[in-house]
Write a protein that binds this ligand. Sequence first.
Ligand SMILES: [Zn+2]
Length: 248
Amino acid sequence: MTSEQAKSIAVLLEMNSPHYILARHKINRTGWLRAAVLGANDGILSTASLVVGVAAAHAERGSIVIVGVAGLVAGAISMAAGEYISVSSQSDTEEADLKVESKELATHDEFEHQELANIYVGRGLDPLLARQVAEALMAHDAIGAHARDELGINEMVKARPVQAAAASGASFFAGAALPLVVVLIAPFAMVIPAVSGASLVFLAVLGAVAAKTGGAGILKGALRVTFWGALALAVTAGIGALFGTVVS
Ligand SMILES: [Zn+2]
């Protein structure tokens, strides 16, 4: 092996190490961040909308709080359940793929070596070098190499249902608690504007934080989530006022 080839192998190995992938792409961060931000967003927006809708229908503070708490509990459970189911099915698929793969590794050794080598040729290595890399990686950790480079599964982005469910449920809960606290402390006559205003501020801050952590534009992130939040609040307030008038 020439020193040029050895260098290419070193680069390839390093690019596939979880540490490098993590540093380069923020993949790991966006995984849990996505679940947490979505959960908190939903918590703020759905609870604020419920509260504003009920308040617009001229409910008393006690009723508004009950509706908000019920929304918080129902939402947190449903977020956790939904996330658990969706991530579980992803995890099942990964496990099934890995099972098939390790069977193939046990029975078709030569084919699997060539398969991995072909993947590296597709990424730009010359065939001889690709074969050497495939052999070295498979001698080290055959199933790991195929999981990562053939199936696209690696430890950093592996589906974790319980973690995802807990993150979603907890972040929904935290998000939903914010407008509820505002209901409790705001002067009753000001409940609708206070909850709406505070919730839009929370949403904007959250959007900005998410954008910054995920490496996207801060202002864009904040504006996007605030716009949809304002729309949802306006619609539910309108419907609440309408129903409140019709029913009472
Ligand atoms: Zn394979």
